[in-house]
Ligand binder design. Structure first.
Ligand SMILES: Nc1ncnc2c1ncn2[C@@H]1O[C@H](COP(=O)(O)OP(=O)(O)OP(=O)(O)O)[C@@H](O)[C@H]1O
Ligand SMILES: [Mg+2]
Length: 452
């Protein structure tokens, strides 16, 4: 990885010697013969690594250069050169944020190794900054991280439906972000300043659910000591989110249907009807069409709720978003705990990207939190990840069903196309998820005549 390297030494011979070491390297080399000159270069060039002598004659010393470097918006890695007798100072410098130090006379091999390490470190930092910038760019929908085409399609849909009053049915496996999406729709809607009220339908028994949703009059049932407003009334002017709608009992479904049709409710134990202005969002990880077919979910309610539906993709079909999500969660945890945001090594990130994530984004968040809590160093390495991450899984794209009797080639063609699409056309990732080499994949793509 080529870097911009700044060499600082007040002794011309030493400086020339150092320049010579890196003359044939891929790095761009800058040289300064004083601390002041080093500062000038640091201010005008984007330096990745600084190698500076500790003693720099009359003016600023190496420590002052280090401090200046550390105060830059993108601090370079600083390596100090120390002569015998200044080692204690160098150790101090490490505490001040120096990347490392070397003692004179310099061993060339060691020097190259340290510079390599420093540039690798710098590269990780820069990659993370790049991720940060991408998060900022794609964070346009409140709270939702992701820039893959699958997520872009969701954002586009949200932009279209948010301003309307249409009911939205949000579908997707557990942990794919259905609640996040519901909040995002609310936030992007003209109702954003009014309440967002979430009801977890599965958590409540039928009788409680009714009074929870619609409220009750005083004395409506034992324990109803005073009149109470239900969630529909509390959400007035705003949005109600009916989570796990697939779990509500049939009797309640009838009542809900009435609300959706008439936009009015009746409190439990009352006969007054109260009209409510509430937008309804609902979510489920069940297959509602199947529930309808089996008679567990009312068809009329299904059509009322399903005016617009949005299906969140499982994380394993949008693996391209994993690095962004990882970075986003680490930043969250670091902020909450007043710690630095750790870097993630390449190998660790690769494992995270290759895992099949049955629990989707929620599982990823949990794993990252677990890793963060127990992390001692500054960089997450594979061994810091919980066990079970070492083997990439060959989880195929979703929803593939092939009737028996198809020509095998057709099945393979279809399958490869779907896998490629799920990997955003990235052949390396597709090959990984298929557990074949990239070369084999290329060959089959060619043989089967698959266009990207
Ligand atoms: N696109 C996303 N960007 C950032 N965080 C996300 C995203 N999707 C999900 N999350 C996070 O993942 C976790 C699970 O999300 P959420 O509760 O919305 O999932 P869900 O689909 O409602 O799951 P369930 O069906 O189990 O209720 C939350 O911590 C949420 O913040
Ligand atoms: Mg949920």
């Amino acid at each position: 990885m080529p870097i911009n390297l700044l060499l600082v030494d007040d002794q011309a011979e030493v400086l020339d010697g150092l320049k010579l070491v890196f003359k044939k390297s891929e790095h761009e080399v800058f040289a300064a013969s004083s601390g002041e000159q080093a500062v000038q270069i640091l201010n005008s060039e984007r330096i990745d690594v600084v190698l500076t002598d500790f003693n720099l004659g009359a003016g600023m010393d190496g420590l002052a250069v280090l401090r200046h470097a550390n105060a830059l918006p993108v601090p370079p890695a600083v390596i100090l050169l120390t002569a015998f007798g200044t080692i204690e100072g160098a150790v101090e410098a490490l505490k001040d944020g120096a990347f490392n130090y070397l003692t004179k006379p310099v061993n060339v091999k060691e020097l190259r190794a340290v510079i390599d390490k420093a540039s690798e470190h710098n590269l990780l930092i820069r990659e993370n900054q790049e991720l940060r910038a991408r998060i900022d760019r794609h964070f346009n929908i409140e709270g939702m991280i992701g820039e893959t085409s699958q997520m872009q399609q969701i954002y586009e849909k949200v932009r279209l439906i948010a301003p309307t009053k249409a009911s939205v049915l949000i579908l997707g496996e557990s942990g794919t972000g259905k609640e996040v999406l519901a909040k995002a729709i609310h936030q992007a809607s003209p109702r954003a300043r009014k309440p967002f009220v979430a009801v977890h339908c599965a958590a409540l028994p039928e009788t409680l659910l009714e009074s929870e949703l619609f409220g009750h009059e005083r004395g409506a049932f034992t324990g109803a000591v005073s009149k109470r407003q239900g969630r529909f009334e509390l959400a007035s002017g705003g949005t109600i989110f009916l989570d796990e709608i697939g779990e509500i009992p049939l009797a309640m479904q009838v009542k809900l249907l009435r609300v959706l049709e008439a936009r009015e409710i009746q409190r439990v134990g009352g006969n007054e009807t109260v009209s409510v202005d509430v937008r309804i969002l609902a979510a489920t990880n069940r297959d509602l069409t199947e529930e309808v077919a089996e008679g567990r979910f009312r068809e009329d309610l299904f059509y009322r709720l399903n005016v617009v539906s949005v299906t969140l993709p499982p994380l394993r079909v949008r693996r391209g978003d994993i690095p962004l999500l990882v970075r986003h969660f680490l930043e969250d945890f670091a902020r909450d705990n007043n710690r630095d945001v750790p870097e993630v090594s390449r190998e660790a990130m690769e494992q995270l990207v290759n895992y099949h994530w049955p629990g989707n984004v929620r599982e990823l968040r949990n794993i990252m939190e677990n890793t963060f809590v127990f992390l001692r160093g500054k960089t997450i390495l594979p061994e810091n990840l919980p066990a079970g991450f070492s083997k990439p899984t060959a989880e195929p794209a979703e929803g593939l069903a092939f009737p028996l009797g198809l020509p095998l080639e057709q099945v393979e063609t279809d399958y490869l196309k779907r896998t490629l699409a799920a990997c955003d056309g990235n052949r390396t990732r597709a090959a990984e998820s298929l557990c074949i080499s990239r070369r084999t994949l290329q060959r089959r793509i060619k043989e089967l005549g698959i266009e990207d």
